[in-house]
Write a protein of this length. Structure first.
Length: 82
């Protein structure tokens, strides 16, 4: 999702925008309280619509909140681009 902001590459030749990114306040298995932020998105002013899309996707598809700890940790690195 950071690639949508320019903070990563879709193809090897893409340039990286080091002014955008994510800061995760929590990691897998951490306890959270209601209305406590899980992550912060750093972006440029003209990327508001993209950030709204990312937040929606994170809330619906990526972040899962439950009362029990996860059964197993997820892989951090999925693939390496050479």
């Amino acid at each position: 999702m950071c690639t949508e902001l320019g903070g990563g590459r879709k193809v090897k030749s893409d340039k990286i925008d080091f002014g955008v990114g994510f800061y995760f306040h929590k990691k897998l298995g951490d306890k959270i309280k209601k209305d406590e932020p899980i992550f912060t998105v750093y972006h440029h002013k003209n990327q508001t619509k993209t950030v709204e899309m990312i937040q929606e996707k994170m809330n619906q598809d990526i972040c899962q909140i439950s009362k029990s700890a996860p059964a197993k940790k997820m892989e951090t690195i999925f693939d390496v681009v050479n």
